[in-house]
Design a protein around this ligand. Sequence first.
Ligand code: R5P
Length: 294
Amino acid sequence: MKIIIGPASKELGEKTAELTNLEAVQVSLKTFPDGEVYIRLESSVNCEHVAIVQTTSPPQNDRIVQLAFLADAAKRNGAPNVTAVVPYLAYARQDKVFLPGEGISIETLARMLKGAGIDALVTINIHSENALKKLPFPTTNLSAIPLLAEYFVQKGFKKAFALAPDKGAMYIAEQAQEVLGGDVGHLEKQRDRYTGQTRQTGMGLKVKGQVVIIFDDIISTGGTIIGAAKILREMGAAKIFTACVHPLLIGDAQNRILEAGVEEIVGTDSIPSNISKVSLAPLIAIALKAQESG
Ligand code: R5P
């Protein structure tokens, strides 16, 4: 197996190649004056199974096209199998028709990727397990939550309260609790599908005097975490931290979260950022080694 270092995940790709001892295939990328993408493998894949490490955070549409072009290039270069390692899988939130007239974006995207030559997908904490059922190739969905929780154990916060900002993220908080060994719970969150506005409540949570870590898959605008922090402050939490797998951090999200009383925001290198303190490379390395030997 060889690892193609996608332009969106250079550092993560290099780290994974180093940990797995697999040869890295570098990529040259340029954009034509009209905005079209040109991409080329700088060395041969030599008819080996390849894994392309390429996240699809914003600018997601560009990165999806780059991924598709890389898969095609690898296949034309003789790769019998192409595994896409896409830590943050864009469009996974539109995994069903919520309102009449919508499509299922993740299904369309997956069909496009399969058409480009992708045979299997490795992703991390996909937004909904339901999205996986829409994908036309074998998938491996890994969880980075134990690694994030371990970060807080190392900081001395064993026994912290693991909080999910909504019921859907409860499985995430439970995975964190297994590492932290403290209490676990979730807020209630309702979203208006037309306006996108959310409402959160925290009835029955016993967080007074506790160190609380809010775990979520994605931090996008920060609204969910800011709302959760406000409730936690009102309920008397002693310290508030937050951790996410995919730090999209749109606009001023980071500052707004800190201003809301959160002491630290921790993310992974699923999306490179200044809070990407936990690397996914060890997790991806194990999955690729298993694919290689299986
Ligand atoms: C939603 O269900 C997700 O798990 C995240 O809570 C959400 O995407 C975060 O978005 P934002 O940061 O914009 O509130």
